[in-house]
Design a protein around this ligand. Structure first.
Ligand SMILES: [Mn+2]
Length: 356
């Protein structure tokens, strides 16, 4: 499995005139060795090395597969070790790295290095069997979390309590929690007017009769992320919100149906947006329709306006329209799906409006 991924990366790098691939990004190190942590992976035609520091050394030796793990000496810089291993061996395609490291590498290797963050993303886009199995398992756990949410959502419970209970259950169920820079928490629990912010912060607000409650779960299984959202209703909800829920639901269904191999990504966004526009809510659908998911919460391809990327079989993407009425309510429905002829979301939890 790692062999195949490394070969695909080397093949992609050859198109850029390079014969070595290197990355210092934990996701990419994990993708090519099975170790998630600090270090630099260097992939050559004759073998792969993982260079790391004493802090990570023992864990890296235990977890990294089919590669030489080389640990720098205490007090020595990992940068020097990296330069030693890639100099004069050919031309390197390096993943994006910190500016300071980029400067030293460029100074040492001159024309023998290029920096291309898209190389790994282009290969990581198409998921293999093992990756799909991990995302599917994350999806099954997310379904369990929604079952649990539908039991504990009650008038009077605070957003923070609800989030804490769901996070605890996620971790106990074998999930890890991804980091995602745009929000301070890995999951969003937003009720009533707070849900009109697509990236709502957690508050101490107590749920009350008539609320819509958005629960956006982003959990990781074995490295791989599922990103999914359900919006629940509580008690006597108003007719406008019910109507909006049905619009979001039908827009999301069309999005899933449209996301097939060979379709240009912007078409998925357009089909979804057309439905919401036709109902007069276009100005309240304030984000793109979806994004790729994998080792990152957000990765290519992007399903938004003007996205010319062509969807391919075994792309894993989200479809997540939402309508957000300021100061009133917000509704989003999101699934992570695999792009194939008969597309099925990884999460099976029902999308019919559930009034608790
Ligand atoms: Mn998402």
């Amino acid at each position: 499995m790692f062999k195949k991924r490394r070969e695909s990366l080397l093949e992609a790098a050859r198109k850029n005139g390079c014969n070595i691939v290197a990355s210092a990004t934990p996701q990419n190190i994990f993708y090519t060795t099975g170790f998630w942590g600090d270090g630099t992976v260097i992939i050559k035609e004759d073998g792969t090395s993982l260079l790391t520091n004493p802090l990570e050394g023992e864990r890296a030796k235990k977890q990294a597969k089919d590669c030489d793990v080389i640990v720098s000496k205490i007090g020595k810089s990992l940068k020097d070790l990296v330069l030693e291993h890639i100099s004069s061996k050919g031309k390197v395609c390096f993943d994006d790295v910190k500016m300071s490291l980029q400067f030293s590498i460029k100074e040492a290797l001159k024309d023998n290095v290029i920096f291309d963050p898209n190389l790994f993303y282009s290969v990581r886009r198409i998921k293999d069997e093992e990756e799909i199995a991990n995302i599917a398992q994350a999806g099954r756990i997310a379904d369990k979390l929604y079952d649990y949410a539908s039991v504990i959502i009650k008038p009077g419970i605070r957003e923070r309590e609800l989030a804490a209970d769901l996070l605890a259950k996620a971790i106990k169920s074998g999930c890890d929690l991804p980091f995602y820079a745009s929000t301070q928490n890995p999951i969003i629990v937003a009720s009533g007017p707070n849900a009109s912010f697509p990236h709502a912060d957690l508050t101490d607000r107590r749920l009350s009769d008539g609320d819509f409650v958005t629960i956006d779960l982003v959990v990781r299984f074995n490295g791989y992320v599922i990103d999914t959202t359900r919006t629940f209703a509580l008690g006597r909800v108003c007719d406008e919100a019910k109507k909006v829920y049905e619009i979001v639901k039908s827009a999301q269904e069309i999005g899933i149906k449209t996301a097939k191999p060979d379709v240009v990504a912007e078409k998925v966004d357009k089909e979804v947006r057309d439905i919401i526009n036709a109902k007069g809510y276009g100005e309240f659908f304030v984000h793109g329709t979806g994004h790729g998911v994998g080792l990152d919460v957000h990765e290519p391809p992007s399903l938004r306006m003007n996205s010319k990327e062509v969807l391919q079989k075994n792309d894993v993407v989200t479809v997540e329209p939402g309508i957000y009425i300021p100061n009133k309510f917000g509704i989003r429905i999101e699934d992570t799906i695999i792009v194939s002829k008969g597309t099925e979301p990884f999460t099976k939890f029902p999308k019919e409006l559930l009034i608790l």
